[in-house]
Write a protein that binds this ligand. Structure first.
Ligand code: EPZ
Length: 406
């Protein structure tokens, strides 16, 4: 799984450009199955999770070439076959096989999907959506000979269930509506891609109206990864340096950059990025909630920023128990205390330590702690972090970090 060795305590300075969004690229990859044609995906991030998704697509008969960050994906040769758990369990996005297989092949399977284990990750809403469109589940198999347009209301704005609902609705002739849909920017990236394939999709707040039908090859540019951007901005603040991050839309991080700025961090925003330096000088109350709220994926990453600053509280309305990473952070000096609906982060003196990357964003948070304290630190299960960050060591090294992977 690999280990990070970090010699921390150096201020990170300079500019870094983020790669394409992991959570934007993954739905697009599975949507390409609906095209049974050649698709062109630019600003594509080649990371652990997208490699795992490409393994699934090639197993189903797709072919691809990658030229830099431009992916050409040909799904014309893809056909239905059960995908083994060894291919689906490394990533949560294999749940998108539900909508893509039903739409492309008229049948699919309930995948043994994996992903970060910071909480239980059910797929009941994905299956309920498929059934609402006329699919039926028999054991592990899902059949979709009689898919029909429908109006479906999601009981909560699940990103994954929104993706699967969009994939199914786009492949069905006729007009469907998806109410209570997720509003994350990566959903709009999928919408742009599906429109380039021939679907007509309109967003009215959290209601999506989809005119689906025959689809063909499409093309899309994956937007910059807002969570990767937030990670490097926090690295700059934590290490006492100044990091400018480009290649993303800073409006997507308004819910994080605004409060940080109000609490005393020095944040500048540009058309294609942002710059951050300095720590918050006032306690920060963070509540993670569906977009455009504070991103749940950023709450583990901002925890050490609060600890090094004036402390604060973190609540997560999406994954209420997503605080397992704090046990690892405690070995780097982060002091926290449970609240009945979240955690309190106390002003702490960070120190070098040893920890394990239990999940993607918790591992990234450990990395930030190690970078911010003078001394040698080690973080095991490095591959867990490399699932979601393209060129991580190169980008950090370009900012002055001393980091290597064994
Ligand atoms: C996506 O996960 C992301 N993963 C997660 O990012 C992200 O944390 C999450 O959305 C929220 O933004 C990918 O895009 C691959 P949900 P997803 O369905 O789709 C409950 C990362 O670090 N729920 O929006 O699985 C669920 O338990 C990863 O990049 C059900 O109850 O999240 C949660 O409480 C980690 N039943 C809430 O909905 C279901 O069938 C929102 O989850 C589905 C979800």
């Amino acid at each position: 799984m690999g280990r990070f060795l970090i010699s921390g305590g150096r201020p990170l300075e300079g500019r870094v450009k983020v790669s394409g969004s992991k959570n934007g690229a993954l739905p697009v990859l599975f949507a390409a199955l609906l095209a049974k044609d050649v698709c062109y995906i630019d600003n594509f991030p080649l990371i652990g999770d997208t490699k795992a998704a490409l393994d699934i697509l090639t197993y189903l008969g797709s072919e691809y070439t990658l030229n830099g960050d431009s992916l050409t994906l040909d799904t014309s040769g893809a056909g239905y076959r059960p995908v083994p758990g060894c291919l689906t369990s490394p990533l949560r996005a294999s749940s998108y096989l539900i909508g893509s297989s039903l739409g492309a092949f008229g049948r699919g399977d309930v995948p043994a999907c994996g992903g970060c284990s910071f909480a239980s990750r059910p797929i009941d809403l994905h299956l309920r959506a498929a059934v609402a469109f006329g699919a039926y589940v028999e054991g592990e198999a899902i059949y979709g000979e009689s898919l029909r347009p429908t109006d479906h209301t999601l009981p909560l704005p699940s990103v994954g269930a929104t993706v699967n609902s969009l994939l199914i609705a786009s492949s069905i002739h006729g007009r469907s509506r998806i109410r209570g849909a997720a509003c994350e920017p990566h959903i709009d990236c999928l919408i742009r891609f599906l429109e380039s394939m021939g679907a007509q999709i309109k967003r009215d707040g959290s209601t999506l109206t989809v005119l689906g039908g025959e689809l063909h090859g499409g093309r899309v540019i994956i937007p910059g990864d807002m969570i990767e951007a937030g990670t490097y901005l926090c690295a700059g603040m934590l290490t006492g340096g100044e990091v400018t991050v480009s290649g993303f839309d800073p409006c997507e991080l308004d819910s994080a950059l605004g409060p940080l700025s109000l609490a005393g961090a020095d944040i500048s925003v540009y058309p294609d990025g942002a710059k951050a330096r300095g720590l918050p000088t006032k306690p920060l109350p963070i509540t993670a909630s569906p977009y455009p709220g504070f991103p749940t994926d950023l709450q583990p990453i901002i925890a050490p920023v609060l600890a090094s600053g004036a402390g604060g509280t973190i609540r997560d309305l999406i994954f209420k128990e997503r605080f397992g990473y704090l046990s690892e952070l405690s070995s780097f000096g982060v002091i926290s205390a449970p609240l009945n609906d979240g955690v309190r982060i106390l002003p702490s003196r960070l120190k070098p330590g040893r920890g394990r990357a239990c999940d993607l964003r918790g591992g990234a948070s450990l990395l930030l702690c190690a970078l911010s304290t003078a001394g040698e630190s080690e973080i095991t299960d490095a591959r867990t972090v490399l699932r979601g960050y393209s060129g991580l060591c190169e980008k950090l090294t370009s900012l002055g970090a001393r980091i290597k992977i064994l």
